[in-house]
Design a protein around this ligand. Structure first.
Ligand code: R2B
Ligand code: URA
Length: 404
């Protein structure tokens, strides 16, 4: 488009307010020109943006901001979650596609405004199990004629159950899956105006030099190169976010392990990898270009660096919750000691009992919190049909489905 005016209104195309001067043709050209100049300026700024920052620098800057009190306020003063994305406010509606929810299709404040805890686990079955377990433990009563429902069933991606102040959600396997979910759950917290939520990931992992069935509470998440940072290419450039977990929450969880527990609960550094096989140094994948000695040397090295367990989601979980200013913790049970082997060989019933261990710890935390707030009702009174045993209730329900 030529900048010069072809008419005789003598519009000055150098003027800052191009859209306000000249004839109608020049005005519209002025607007177009301004938009084009703004776009060029943005593109130029993007080209000049600094190259990928080193993970150590990201961590150090985050530390400094934290200590100086200059870390941007990531929650509103009343504790509600603030979104670090100016675009959301400008949208007509925000569809949380993978949760099968929307900011205008659902009354998210009434549905989720009372949430305090978000507990994530890998599989739909495990989070359903946790929902029934926590329901029993906190004495949550369902209204007559109702049962727990998978709120996100129509997404066919993730499962979500709500039990009073607790949301139990499946995150699938790996950093991409948990990352997508966290974007949407953090937005859900924002739309629902949830105050000071606490997020937990409960899962499984491989241990290094520790017995199968040990519960590990992560003090830090690191990547396969031992860097405590989540790296993500964004618009063609590498972005780094510090992966940080709440230290106080970690200590509080550890304090809830008891001497009567027939297993150890420890605090350790968690390595998070992009793959279960080669990424975790296994010899039993479809491909393997290293020797048993190479594998043992790698595991020895990371163990020496303080790594106690390996899994596949903690880095994204820690980085995105920290970026959102949300307190979080990762609690995993070890299924195998990687210094002794690669395959998960324990019998199904044993694995099943092991997987309940992180659930128990988080349940103790939630119960203690609700007790302290005077919100734990265990008096057994309810005005309508109560669920006495969620397990039996479910069995009866399942059986009825098979009877004509
Ligand atoms: C633990 O177990 C899964 C792999 O089997 C993965 O989701 C993880 O972090
Ligand atoms: N999950 C993992 O990611 N690794 C293991 O070794 C076991 C469970």
């Amino acid at each position: 488009m030529p900048d010069e005016c072809e008419c005789d209104c003598e519009c000055d195309f150098q003027a800052p307010q191009l859209e306000a001067i000249g004839c109608d043709v020049c005005k519209s050209r002025g607007v177009e020109k301004r938009l084009r100049l703004e776009q060029e300026k943005r593109q130029q700024q993007h080209r000049e943006a600094p190259q990928a920052v080193q993970p150590q620098a990201v961590q150090a800057a985050d530390d400094a901001d934290f200590l100086n009190g200059t870390r941007p306020l990531v929650r509103y003063p009343d504790g509600t979650v603030k979104l670090r994305n100016p675009h959301i406010e400008l949208m007509d509606q925000d569809i949380l596609y993978h949760l099968a929810l929307g900011s205008e299709s659902h009354d998210l404040v009434s549905m989720f405004g009372d949430v305090k805890f978000v507990v994530m686990g890998g599989t739909p079955k495990r989070v359903e199990q946790f929902a029934y377990y926590i329901m029993q433990e906190i004495g949550h009563k369902l209204p007559a004629g109702t049962t727990l429902l998978d709120i996100s069933q129509y997404s066919y991606r993730y499962s979500m159950y709500k039990v009073g102040p607790v949301l139990s959600i499946s995150h699938g396997m790996g950093i991409p899956s948990v990352g997508i979910l966290l974007h949407e759950v953090i937005k859900l917290m924002y739309h629902a105006r949830v105050k000071d939520p606490i997020f937990f990931r409960i899962g499984t992992c491989g241990g290094i030099g520790i017995e199968g069935g040990t519960v590990v509470i992560s003090e830090e998440a690191v990547d396969g190169l031992l860097r405590p940072v989540l790296e993500l290419p964004v618009l063609g450039k590498m972005h780094s976010r510090p992966a940080r977990l709440d230290k106080k929450l970690t200590r509080e969880l550890k304090a809830l392990a008891t001497a009567e527990d027939p297993y150890d609960t420890i605090i350790g550094k968690t390595m998070c990898t992009y793959d279960f096989y080669e990424g975790q140094g296994r010899l039993d994948g479809a491909f393997c270009d290293y020797t048993d000695e190479d594998k043992m040397a790698f595991l020895g090295r990371v163990h020496e660096a303080g790594v106690t367990n390996i899994e596949m989601e903690s880095l994204s979980f820690a980085a995105l919750t920290h970026h959102a200013g949300i307190k979080s913790a990762v609690i995993c049970v070890t299924l195998v000691d990687r210094l002794k082997g690669d395959q998960v060989l324990a019998p199904k019933e044993v694995l099943s009992e092991w997987q309940e261990r992180p659930q128990k710890l988080v349940c103790r935390y939630i119960k203690r919190y609700l007790q302290m707030k005077g919100r734990l009702s265990l008096d057994g009174h309810c005005g309508s049909m109560c669920v006495k045993s969620p397990r039996r209730f479910k069995l009866v329900q399942q059986e009825s489905e098979h009877v004509d």
